[in-house]
Design a protein around this ligand. Structure first.
Ligand code: AMP
Ligand code: MG
Length: 406
């Protein structure tokens, strides 16, 4: 019998970063909306369009301190009919040939079609001398010139910033429907972990990941609950994960590699978590796991602090933003240029820590020395994560790259 083709055991290739992001986002269902007062709304994601209750501005308003008049009466000498106080109604109509004093924000009376600034005129007794012709419409903010009553002020998916809440306030909107904050449980695993504030025993290290994640989570709009660190013990791990699965999102760190103490994935499997992927073609952070149970998203980040930090930025933050209803939750990579060469990794995309500067309008990225995934103190001096695509040799200095701001 002729020999058949060699049969090679199928080793699944590691999935790419972007494939993993899509697998995560495909599992996200936005959380229910809640109404919050405007002053609590900054940083939240709009769930339902909010409409202005009034025209903006609500009336034709003066843009200057000066005098309202009819442009056709200028140049000329006009009797001053009085003064309009800001915040009060103006006389119904300005009579032809007259003028009236007005401040910025005052209601321009019917009949007037322009405001001449106080700097361009002189007062002689009760008469205003306007030396030059004034153009119709000058220095008047038309009613509804910014927005009409009923118009959308903020569309669904918008992350509310200071100007958005300001526009809502100006439109008379006292509260806004936003996506609920995700409740996120953080569980760090490892028998070696000790909380800062207590002395280290032999072989122990301080838990850095819990603090990193708590900071990343609150910046991403989540409500954080930290469980006590759990030892590498099957029962303790099982009990802690069971508890964590009550949240909208469970994030564990450590215990997702192939070591004998890596108990997280098996505990999750026993608890009914469906694993969507395990291991991504990246460095640091290859042994990252993602799964779901019901509506709970379950992220298993590797234990090394930089791996945990990077895994959060690439996969967890997008999920949190999508849960809150963000229009575009994807990691926002920006263009830049490497100023020093960086060694590539054959089968994995690297995310290297770098410092950025701007020169001639271009972001220059200088990789830090000390790129090991345990080096959280070095990573703390970085403000960019640069994507160095997989490959051979070195990605040369001067290469165009993409980075995530930190
Ligand atoms: P693991 O993923 O559990 O194999 O852990 C990988 C490395 O990360 C080990 O050196 C751990 O001691 C370290 N590590 C795990 N969890 C933490 C943590 N919460 N804070 C700091 N280092 C950690
Ligand atoms: Mg461990």
């Amino acid at each position: 019998m002729a020999p058949g083709p060699a049969i090679v055991a199928a080793v699944p290739d590691l999935i790419s970063i972007s494939e993993a992001v899509e697998l995560v986002l495909a599992r996200v269902r936005p959380l229910a909306a809640e109404r919050v007062p405007l002053d609590a709304a900054a940083g939240r994601y709009v769930a339902e369009a909010a409409h202005s209750l009034v025209d903006l501005p609500p009336f034709p308003a003066s843009a200057m301190d000066g005098f309202a008049l009819r442009s056709e009466d200028t140049p000329g000498r006009l009797p001053i009919a009085g003064r309009i106080v800001t915040g009060t109604p103006s006389p119904d109509v300005l009579a032809a040939g007259q003028t009236i004093g007005i401040s910025t924000g005052g209601v321009v009376p019917d009949g007037a079609d322009a405001v001449v600034p106080v700097e361009l005129v002189t007062e002689e007794g009760g008469t205003l001398v306007v030396p030059k012709a004034v153009v119709g419409g000058d220095n008047i903010r038309p009613r509804g010139g910014d927005l009409a009553a009923g118009d959308v002020v903020v569309a669904p998916g918008t992350r509310l910033g200071p100007a958005h809440v300001g526009a809502l306030a100006a439109g008379g909107v006292p509260e806004v429907a936003v996506g609920r904050r995700p409740r996120v449980c953080v569980l760090v695993t490892g028998s070696e972990l000790q909380a800062p504030g207590t002395p280290l025993g032999p072989g122990q290290i301080y838990d850095a990941n819990g603090s990193i994640l708590a900071a990343q989570l609150s910046a991403a709009g989540a409500e954080v609950e930290r469980l006590p660190p759990v030892r590498d013990d099957e029962e303790a791990t099982f009990a802690a994960i069971k508890r964590g699965l009550e949240a909208d999102v469970l994030i564990t760190t450590g215990g997702v590699s192939v070591g004998v103490h890596d108990l997280v994935r098996s505990a999750e499997a026993q608890l009914g978590v469906e694993e969507i992927f395990w291991r991504v073609a990246m460095r640091p952070g290859k042994p990252i796991a993602f799964g779901v149970r019901g509506s709970t998203l379950v992220f298993g980040l590797p234990g090394n602090p930089v791996s945990s930090l990077v895994g959060f930025e690439l996969f967890v933050r997008p999920a949190l933003l999508a849960l809150q209803g963000a229009t575009n939750p994807h990691p926002e990579f920006l263009p830049g240029r490497l100023v020093r060469g960086s060694k590539r990794v054959a089968e994995r995309d690297s995310l290297i820590r770098a410092r950025r500067t701007v020169r001639d309008g271009e972001v220059l990225l200088e990789p830090l020395s000390g790129q090991d995934s345990h080096m959280i103190a070095r990573a703390a001096t970085a403000d960019a994560l640069v994507l160095v695509p997989r490959g051979d040799g070195v990605l040369e200095a001067g290469s165009a790259v993409e980075f995530l701001p930190l």
